[in-house]
Design a binder for this molecule. Sequence first.
Ligand SMILES: [Zn+2]
Ligand SMILES: [Zn+2]
Ligand SMILES: [Zn+2]
Length: 328
Amino acid sequence: MPQLRQNIITGEWVVMAPERAKRPNEYVTADTIKHQVKAECPFCVGKPTYGSRIKSEDTANIYVAPNKFPAFLPEENISVRGYYPEKGFYRVKPAIGGHELIITKNHDHSLDAMPRNILEEMFLAIQRRYLVYAKNDLVEYVMAIYNHGPVAGASIEHGHAQLFSSSIVPSLIVKEKHGSEKYFELNGVCVYCDMIEHEKKEKIRMLAETDSFVMFNFFASRFPFEIWIVPKKHSSNFEIAGYSIIRDLSKIMRRGLDMLNETLNDPPLNFFIHSLPTTSENADYYHWHLEIAPRVTGYGGYEIGSGVIIDITSPEECAKYLKQSEKH
Ligand SMILES: [Zn+2]
Ligand SMILES: [Zn+2]
Ligand SMILES: [Zn+2]
């Protein structure tokens, strides 16, 4: 059973989920995944994953299924109490929550080739499942992520997003929330709203703008070509965004992905949605957004040893390069 172990020094939580290592494809190389045989794909319609799906969430092109090797488990049948093992020295909590997959019905709709309307369907499914978990008092945070390509952690080629619902707020969100609260206290405005205005004026990192969104390379990026997609109208909670916003999100997202495809030849990447913890609602200081992290370089010893990232490509250069794709 997965558990949350607390780092006794920093206070940060780690999910210990040894069951996940049982995945037979855990040790295959990037190359084998690229050539996974469709007939053996566990996510195709008709396969066991499809059989275990939550049928009420089925749409034309998407289905939702529980992860067979979850990092977080529903609270049924397990104690939700934290405890202090090894004579009370360390702190452990059960990893309560949920871990679901949002899967495209068509095997060939991986992220690089996913049509805009299916991206939209995927975001809508994420919202519906997000709201289900937000109602659970034990869940503090829900994060939607997508791994594209083995380098980015995808062990199955068939397109799928993942939803992690946890009884803890992830440390990056704690930092973002704390930082934006402080900015709001000092300036009386949302830092993301200010950043949108600034990026629109400066234009050097801006990639695209639609009715509802801006898309730009992030000033202090942790990854070369790191892209942020931010709604123009202030809103702290992704899960309650209306249909026209989600439709517009799928449009700008498709454009961003196409820019990466054309200039970097379908790079491995992760994307994730940052929204307010489920315990709070409608904050003036926090602003939901989507971050795309292309994985074209790996982290070395300094990054892992220090927590300080060395990004070898400036976001200003990245923006110029990405925009070339739209000129022809
Ligand atoms: Zn498949
Ligand atoms: Zn804002
Ligand atoms: Zn963020």
